[in-house]
Design a protein around this ligand. Structure first.
Ligand code: SF4
Length: 722
């Protein structure tokens, strides 16, 4: 028997842990951590180790599927399916125009390093702005609105490994395996946290739960949900009032300090303490501990970014980092300017705000206030439409209405806010195509479901995480096992459809060959052209490696290009007033509890619950509550309850948990099934969980610019179901 061991990396989530795969006659027989890897030290988690089960799982699609008139699905050859899809897309394009064709590129589309660039090339070729991703469901403020309004520091912010302090707001990296730089790195997060603490780093955690991170923090503010912006305003007010900020940095690089001081001073620790349900002294201690630094940043997780006032919260987090000067300065070495990103000059200076990005883009048809967002990437600004209102763009009749949706590696029916509306929107499409490894809830609504290769069945490079590491690290993996049957990669779909439609497709660095299907390596070389380490060198390296590249030392600011970080952009005064008013009205008598989101160890959004070992850890997303809260309502651990909001109601399994603040329910998102009553999803709450997006009206509190709606800190009430 031919047995080989291949170094590869996991793409179950965004952490990209290195692994060694043992393969016998093209079958994956073992998957173990790559203990020789110098960056991760052999770290993997329970999810990634289930990929052997996942690759051969009975629910895995082995062939593409086409919906029949009676609603059932029949297998169809992928080439034939793409012939039919291309013809239908062409017809929709001719009838309704470019904007009617949309793609939604979900969480798993990011795990294929060529998928987004080729999908964007397809959109550019048909002139359709209707490009949507999962990043604008949960963090548009962080990746787009925040930097656009305030500007950004070209040298980046302090990273975890050279920080003295970190303020972590609603981010539980030990479970989520995700953080932006500055927070606990997702790459072996337990080691990173332990090492940080060992060298004396102070960790401040703001979270309504005693999470895995909070329990290890030096200071935990166990806050009432929804008050993060007010708490940040109070922390900034203390730092400015006590003159603990970096005056020299602000004088040279920051605008609007005095206005921010004036408008945050009413957020006194005492006033915010009452709203946030924590002692005022904790706010003062957190402010002083963070300001003492002298190095380290504040970061948010997706929970607070999905709560009230996300634009304001993100702005205040960036402002806190700016007034404390938590950026790399002239003469300092950047820990990781990227391996796959282009080598460019770097100066210790700010790029100022880009207000035109908030006004010049394609407007949402839902509201003039909502428009295309501009996401900053190492390759420059990238435009995308905001997913929070995509269902409305499908339902709203008239020019520009979305008629066809290509859904790549996502499960909108479970993931998009306002599940009933999402269901109506998807039902009304003329064409729905899903690329999915299983017949997930959305795939069951599709006209075509294409069977994709899974991560170990394709070559890839760590493009997504390139600048998240704190060292110049990268890994190229070869295909570990050849996919059996008629499966394709996500980028191949867009290329094949483009070829059938006679399109000329081009990526940022050059055209794509539309005659001969390009090799993936060639596409990736196009995407990473000019990278600090040539792709070929990474390709030739076995396993992941920290590359020995020349240091990048920040130059002095260039007087001809330097900008200033703007702490008081237009609209901030009103946003602060809104947050101040909301300090009085988070929950009500009718809806006395606040529902927050959380991550669970055994799932990654809607992926995982079907896999053997992960399934054995639980098949539902319990409604975690403090035992006192359950006792008050005479609800026992394991009872079925109804959680209802102003907008909807869902069943859930009650679960007692001492780690959660009384008055709060914590549930994971992306569970459950279709809201269509014939699907009987509610009756299966113990088997499939339930969908918190049914509790949300996506247009209630829609955030300016991004349309972001409140998906965490939702006022709810509960009752026991018989
Ligand atoms: S954290 Fe787990 S799921 Fe994520 S990449 Fe690592 S092993 Fe895979």
């Amino acid at each position: 028997m031919a047995t080989k061991t291949v170094k590869t990396y996991c793409r179950f989530c965004h952490a990209y842990c290195p692994m060694e795969a043992t393969v016998e006659n093209n079958r994956l027989i073992a998957l173990t951590p790559d203990t020789s890897n110098e960056m991760y030290g052999g770290y993997t988690c329970i999810k990634g180790r289930q990929m052997i089960d996942q690759i051969d799982h009975p629910t895995r699609l082995q062939q593409s599927q086409k919906k029949q008139p009676d609603g059932s699905f029949n297998a169809i050859g992928t080439e034939l399916a793409m012939d039919e899809i291309a013809a239908r897309l062409q017809s929709i394009l001719n009838s309704y125009g470019p904007r009617s064709i949309a793609s939604y590129n979900g969480t798993y589309s990011y795990q294929n390093s060529a998928a987004h660039d080729v999908a964007r090339a397809f959109h550019a070729a048909i002139d359709s702005p209707s490009y949507y991703t999962s990043v604008t469901i949960d963090q548009p403020a962080k990746v787009a609105i925040g930097p656009t309004r305030m500007g950004w520091w070209n040298g980046g912010s302090h990273m975890w490994n050279d920080s003295d302090v970190a303020m972590i707001i609603g981010n539980n990296t030990l479970v989520s395996h995700y953080s932006i730089p500055g927070g606990i790195p997702a790459f072996s997060p337990h080691n990173a946290l332990r090492d940080g603490k060992k060298r004396g780093m102070k960790v401040i955690c703001i979270d309504p739960r005693v999470t895995e991170v909070a329990s290890r923090a030096d200071l935990h503010l166990q806050v009432r949900p929804g008050q993060d912006a007010a708490i940040l305003a109070a922390i900034i007010a203390v730092i400015l009032a006590d003159e603990l900020y970096d005056k020299a940095f602000c004088l040279e690089h920051v605008e609007g300090v005095e206005q921010l001081r004036e408008h945050t001073q009413r957020f006194t620790p005492e006033a915010v303490s009452a709203a946030a349900g924590i002692p005022a002294e904790q706010i003062i201690t957190a402010a002083r501990m963070f300001a003492a630094g002298p190095r380290g940043t504040a970061v948010t997780g997706t929970g607070p970014e999905m709560g009230p006032h996300p634009n304001l919260l993100q702005h205040l987090v960036q402002s806190l980092n700016a007034i404390c000067g938590r950026h790399y300065r002239e003469g300092e070495r950047l820990p990781n300017p990227g391996v796959l990103t282009p080598m460019g000059p770097r100066s210790a200076e700010a790029t100022g705000p880009q207000p035109q990005w908030l006004s010049d883009g394609v407007k949402s048809r839902v509201s003039e206030d909502i428009c295309e967002t501009v996401v900053l990437s190492p390759y420059g600004p990238l435009k995308e439409m905001p997913t929070a209102v995509i269902s409305d763009e499908m339902l709203l009749e008239g020019e520009g209405q979305i008629k066809a949706l290509i859904c790549v590696g996502g499960n909108p029916l479970l993931a998009w806010p306002d599940q009933e509306k999402t269901h109506a929107a998807l039902s009304g499409l003329e064409l729905l195509v899903c690329i999915d490894i299983k017949m997930a809830a959305t795939a069951q609504m599709a006209d075509y479901v294409l069977a994709p290769k899974m991560c170990l069945e394709r070559e890839d490079v760590t493009l997504l995480t390139d600048i998240w590491h704190d060292k110049p690290y990268s890994q190229y993996t070869q295909t570990v096992v050849e996919a059996e049957g008629d499966k394709i990669e996500e980028w191949e779909f867009f290329w094949a459809i483009g070829k059938r439609m006679g399109l000329n497709m081009s990526m940022t660095n050059g055209p794509i060959d539309m005659q001969e299907k390009p090799k993936k390596f060639d596409l990736l070389e196009n995407i990473t052209r000019g990278s600090r380490v040539p792709l070929q060198q990474i390709y030739n390296t076995e396993g992941g490696k920290i590359f020995d590249v020349p240091d990048v030392i920040l130059d002095a600011p260039d007087p001809t290009t330097r900008g200033r970080l703007q702490l008081f952009p237009p609209g901030l005064e009103q946003e602060l007033s809104g947050a101040y008013s909301d300090m009085k009205s988070s929950s009500t008598e009718e809806y006395p509890l606040l529902l927050i989101s959380r991550r669970m160890k055994n799932t990654y959004n809607s992926t995982g619950p079907e896999l053997g070992l992960l399934k054995s850890k639980g098949t539902t997303n319990p409604a975690f509550m403090h035992p006192k809260e359950l006792a008050k309502l005479q609800i026992a651990d394991g009872d079925i309850i109804e959680v209802h909001s102003r907008h909807g109601a869902i069943p859930a399994v009650a679960s007692a948990s001492n780690d959660i603040r009384p008055g709060v329910i914590s549930m994971s998102h992306c569970w459950g099934g279709s809201p269509d009553p014939t699907a009987n999803a509610d009756q299966q709450v113990r088997e499939i969980g339930s969908n918190t997006n049914r509790l949300i009206d996506n247009l209630e509190n829609a955030e300016r610019y991004s349309g972001m709606c409140r998906q965490s800190s939702i006022p709810v009430a509960i009752r026991k179901l018989s």
